[in-house]
Design a protein around this ligand. Structure first.
Ligand code: URA
Length: 434
């Protein structure tokens, strides 16, 4: 077999066999197949697509490029959740403690922010001392003793995916539904998940801007799960406006803590309870979604989820004082408020522009490895559909200096649109695929 023949075959729109895909990924991982051939192949996939069978073969080849974690000796069922990424999406910080507090241990490997979408690891690192790098043994020990782990992915899990993703990022080959689906699912399978809740974001602040595309991606991931004998449910959720109010690392941790303390924005609380309920249902902890929802609500309202989160922070070296007194989290020196220029109804709070502004303030990175500022970001004070008086606060910019705050206010101005007629609220979820 030669790599060039497989590139040509895909270029001509033919279906690759699972052996051919496994050969290609093995060669790419070992370095025998160079980046330029892998990039050409990825572009052929972007343009020609893949069948579900090819996508499944690619998922397994990526998952098998490194170690596979076996969690069956540590937990009765390994349940995981994955969000396809969005703006203000700090659900993991609340959902995982809720599920763990209901007696279902959760060990999650998360990523860093990329582009305008945030990453759980960056958020957790705004808690002083919190360590995200754990060895596999530490991960397993903590899962057993605390029932909750939030770490980075070890280099040994699906290394081909990391290598291929880095190449796709710089060759215009990220936006391919089969490549995204296999990338996400390979990591979940390699990390030992047996039951997975996928939170697939739809809208201007998501990888998939339309419901049709997001549904295709969700269906494909559910299909991969079925073929791999995993229980998978996909929830399609809105990402036209940020989830909750806070966008930026410490600001999002603070909002997650407010929610764990029983407050927090209503949309964010509702989103977390719904995702947590699906995790409890899919793990078998409850037999109906209603029963699962009631367990999740009790765990949140009783403070049990908060206690779990605190235990997680302590176990990973974080300062529990920052959990008890969120005022100790990093704070930006300059805070400026942007006000509604006229009365009316909020028709748009563009998640992408808000996410990009947070990155420009220093909350995200332009390139992998760039440093970030945990304190900065944007807090949005209004939701689409809200009726606003002239001069109402639309959002606050948290910046490291006044020049950056001013630039952010200017960048944010097209994000908000106010109209005279009433506007319907955006749904939190569009549909559920099993
Ligand atoms: N997230 C992933 O993990 N992989 C992709 O390809 C896109 C988003």
């Amino acid at each position: 077999m030669r790599a060039v023949d497989l590139i040509v075959k895909k270029r001509d729109g033919l279906e690759l066999t699972s052996d051919e895909i496994a050969f290609f990924i093995r060669g790419f991982t070992s370095g025998e197949i160079p980046d330029y051939q892998a990039a050409a192949w990825a572009m052929a996939v972007v343009l020609r697509g893949m069948t579900p069978a090819e996508t499944y073969a690619l998922t397994l080849a990526l998952a098998d490029s490194g170690d596979r974690l076996d969690l069956t000796r540590v937990v009765p069922i390994a349940v995981d959740k994955h969000s396809t990424g969005g703006v203000g999406d700090k659900t993991t910080l609340v959902v995982e403690p809720i599920v763990a507090a209901c007696g279902v241990p959760v060990g999650k490997m998360s990523g860093r922010g990329l582009g305008f979408s945030g990453g759980t690891l960056d958020k957790m690192e705004s808690i002083p001392g919190f360590r995200v790098e754990l060895t596999t043994q530490q991960f397993l020990d903590q899962l057993r003793s605390v029932g909750l782990v939030l770490s980075g992915q070890t280099a040994e899990l699906a290394p081909a995916d990391g290598k291929l993703y880095a190449l796709r990022d710089v060759t215009g080959t990220v936006p391919s539904i089969p490549l995204i689906a296999s990338s996400v699912m390979s990591k979940k399978i390699a990390a030992g998940a047996q039951a997975i809740v996928l939170d697939v974001k739809v809208g201007v602040g998501a990888f998939m801007p339309t419901l049709a595309e997001a549904s295709r991606l969700a269906r494909l991931m559910v299909d991969i799960g079925r073929r791999a004998n995993r229980r998978v449910v996909a929830l399609l959720s809105d990402m036209n406006q940020p989830l909750g109010c806070a966008v930026g690392n410490a600001l999002e941790v603070r909002e997650a803590l407010d929610t764990l303390h029983g407050g927090g924005p209503a949309d964010f609380r509702e989103h977390c309870l719904h995702v947590a309920a699906h995790m409890l249902l899919i793990s078998g902890r409850a037999t109906t979604l209603r029963g699962a929802r009631s367990l999740a609500t009790d765990a949140l309202d009783s403070g049990a989820a908060m206690t779990k989160f605190r235990a997680l922070v302590v176990a990973q070296g974080g300062d529990p004082a920052a959990v008890d007194q969120p005022d100790l989290l990093p704070k930006a020196p300059v805070v400026r408020t942007m006000k509604a220029p006229k009365a009316g109804y909020l028709a748009q709070a563009d998640a992408k522009i808000i996410g990009m502004t947070a990155v420009a303030l220093g909350a995200g990175r332009a390139r992998k490895g760039d440093p970030i500022d945990p304190a900065v970001g944007v807090v949005v004070h209004a939701k689409v559909g809200d009726r606003l008086a002239a001069g109402t606060a639309l959002c606050s910019v948290h910046a490291s200096d006044s020049q950056k705050a001013q630039a952010a206010i200017e960048q944010l101005s097209p994000a908000f649109r106010i109209v005279a007629r009433a506007v319907p609220r955006l749904p939190l979820f569009y549909c559920t695929l099993r």
